[in-house]
Design a protein around this ligand. Structure first.
Ligand SMILES: O=C(O)CCC(=O)C(=O)O
Ligand SMILES: [Fe+2]
Length: 374
């Protein structure tokens, strides 16, 4: 690596807390337990809330039922068909305009839509070892409570067997294969997905400029090899999330002003979003790696526990198989699988709306590195 290169692992792990444990293996449980289902960890408040929500829905999750539960002030996120959208319009109305969107018919041409399911992953990558967590994203505050996040390192086929056997009568939360860097490990997976045609994604262009600036025009780029640093960094912004119903990503927003899209390849997921202007009503936690809220949208007593929460503008949707949600920068989001699920997520940058996040991130990393060198 060139002297002025930055660690490519930094980017993905700082944008979302999902994979924090991956960079801190010391915090994990003993490696490779034979069967994670045999562990008897206690439940978590968020899983208890999910179970009570599921009971209230009779385990039949619909947006109409969500409306009853979230109340008349809640709004369903706008849905559009991919065929009716242009890149310019989405950039203007949703990226610059900061408005979430759900797009139907968005995975029609993806190979992943035809082939990817948990069994396919198990068959295709039988020797992969992955890390699954029972609370997400990782929070420092969890370590100070009686119920810290628990993680296991497990062979992929074993995880798939576990997730398929996980039932609704289980009292402990399901392990979540969240923030898996599958595309970094298996470059061929990139051919199975497509960048949505309606999203103006300038990440690679911006990274190329940063690479030039950091490398000082040396020709080899910040990673020492032509184009490799840009490619490796870009690929780390794509992640796979897989697991059974009841996997939860608690309320947070992605760091460094990243926009995100999440494509539902298999199964269904509930998303609850709040606009950036609601931050004051969501009690942001101090000292976490990314911005996190203790408010749990599925907790029936959330308004009593957090009085200002009741004044926040909740938006929700059930993301159906084949749909993609666009979550603009700074938007708080909570996600919860309603059935066995496979999701692809990408964080990305767009020159007219959030470029400063990416530039600032690298400027900071580079400053820190130069300090260490001196
Ligand atoms: O669990 C999910 O689908 C959401 C993941 C997410 O928002 C994140 O990792 O930043
Ligand atoms: Fe996120």
């Amino acid at each position: 690596m060139a002297e002025n290169s930055v660690n490519i692992n930094s980017l993905a792990s700082v944008l979302s807390g999902a994979s924090l444990e991956e960079t801190k293996p010391a915090a994990m449980a003993a490696p490779a337990p034979a069967k994670p289902a045999r562990r008897v960890p206690s439940s978590t408040p968020e899983y208890d809330s999910f179970l009570s929500f599921a009971e209230r829905c009779d385990w039949t999750f619909t947006e109409a039922k969500c409306e009853e539960i979230f109340g008349p002030g809640a709004r369903v996120i706008e849905r559009r068909d991919q065929a009716s959208l242009t890149m310019e319009q989405v950039a203007q109305d949703h990226l610059v305009g900061s408005k979430p969107l759900i797009v139907t018919g968005s995975l029609e041409t993806w190979n992943a839509k035809k082939t990817w399911d948990p069994d396919w992953f198990a068959r295709t990558y039988p020797d992969d070892v992955v890390i699954a967590n029972d609370r997400a994203p990782a929070r420092k505050v969890d370590r100070m409570t009686l119920r810290p996040q628990s993680s296991v390192r497990i062979k992929l086929p074993q995880y798939v067997k576990y997730m398929k056997s996980f039932g609704r009568d289980e009292k402990a939360p399901p392990l979540y294969l969240n923030g898996w860097h599958a595309f970094k490990e298996h470059a061929e997976l990139c051919d199975d997905i497509e960048s949505p045609a309606w999203i103006e994604d300038h990440t690679v262009l911006i990274l190329q400029q940063i690479d030039k600036a950091i490398a000082g025009g040396g020709g080899k780029g910040a990673g020492g090899e032509d184009g490799a640093w840009v490619h490796n960094t870009d690929v780390l912004l794509n992640k796979v999330f897989m697991g059974p119903a009841g996997n939860i990503t608690r309320l947070h927003f992605d760091a460094h002003r990243a926009h995100g899209w999440l494509a539902q390849v298999r199964g269904r997921k509930l998303f609850v979003l709040f606009p950036p202007a609601d931050s004051g009503k969501l009690y942001p936690l101090e000292g976490e790696a990314t911005t996190q809220s203790p408010c749990d949208p599925l907790d029936p007593s959330v308004c009593e526990r957090y009085p200002k929460y009741g004044g926040a503008s909740l938006q929700y949707a059930i993301l159906e198989e084949g749909e993609t949600i666009l979550c603009p920068d700074g938007w708080w989001h909570f996600a919860c699988s309603l059935s066995p699920s496979v999701t692809v997520m990408r964080n990305f940058y767009h020159a007219l709306s959030n470029v400063h996040g990416l530039v600032g991130l690298f400027a900071n990393l580079n400053k820190k590195k130069n300090k260490q060198v001196k």
